[in-house]
Design a protein around this ligand. Structure first.
Ligand SMILES: [Zn+2]
Length: 262
């Protein structure tokens, strides 16, 4: 499940592979940009903002940015030119090559080339992994919807950017609140601080862990563990459907009915 840390790590790999180099070939496999050709343009930077990723390019005076979003299934593969693709070719949405590196974006939910990239993320709240992370603004944004379930509010990228389905369940567990608890009834500064700490700790980890353990099957407290015993108290973990506000509808939330009392 791509969350802010996944995108941050993808930006890190793309930056290492592409930054400072001219593109020798580009192939946009989305109708709107099918004829766009950025070969000859140089990659000037790669950055993530929440779950959005930008590959900035320039040619002389002209600048643009390749904006992408992983949505549910997206992934960037970066490797030496000619590396075998790890996903089927028909799922590739964009291919970017330099002299020695090939980057392929598979199953991306969004691919577009923007002259003014700031517009794509103008609606987002503070970025949990951004240089200008602002906890106080994130808390204030969340507090404006006191009756919203905290598990729904945490997914609203307009309030704070970077949390997905995995982290919302884990954060609620760590704070002993149900995902359905009202925003007004939870410790918002504490929750925001936990969100920031978890994403920061995991930003470049190959295996995401909220328990502090990266051994297989022991990385998470409750996410994906329905019908299994809570790691803290042994009670059976429950899965419930809870909406997201990012257009992806109902999604699973997990909690321990004993550790997280209503
Ligand atoms: Zn428990």
């Amino acid at each position: 499940m791509p969350e802010g840390d996944t995108v941050f790590a993808a930006a890190h790999r793309l930056r290492a592979g592409l930054a400072g180099k001219p593109l020798t070939r580009t192939d946009f496999r989305v109708p709107r940009y099918a004829t766009t050709d950025l070969s000859g343009w140089a990659v000037t930077g790669v950055r993530s903002v929440g779950k959005h990723l930008f590959i900035d390019v320039s040619a002389g005076e002209r600048t643009a940015s390749i904006h992408s979003h992983l949505k549910m299934e997206g992934r960037w593969q970066v490797g030496p030119l000619g590396t075998r693709w790890r996903r089927p070719g028909h799922t590739a949405r964009v291919v970017l090559c330099t002299d020695d590196v090939e980057a392929v974006g598979f199953d991306l939910g969004v691919v577009e080339v923007l002259a003014d990239p700031a517009t794509a993320v103008a609606h987002l709240g503070p970025d949990l992994l951004g240089d200008n992370w602002d906890a106080a603004t994130a808390v204030a944004n969340l507090a404006r919807s006191p009756d919203t379930p905290i598990g729904v509010a945490l997914l609203d990228q307009r309030l704070l950017a970077g949390i997905g389905n995995v982290y919302r369940s884990e954060i609620c567990f760590l704070h002993r609140v149900r995902p359905t608890a009202r925003v007004a009834d939870v410790d918002l500064p504490g929750i925001v601080e936990t969100a920031h700490r978890l994403l920061w700790e995991n930003r470049l980890r190959p295996i995401r862990s909220t328990t502090g353990v990266t051994a297989r099957g022991r990385e998470l407290w409750v996410y994906g563990r329905d019908r299994r015993p809570c790691r803290r108290c042994g009670t059976t973990v429950v899965r419930d459907m809870l909406g997201g506000l990012d257009g992806q509808g109902e999604r699973s939330a997990y909690f321990c009915p004993r550790c997280q009392q209503p």
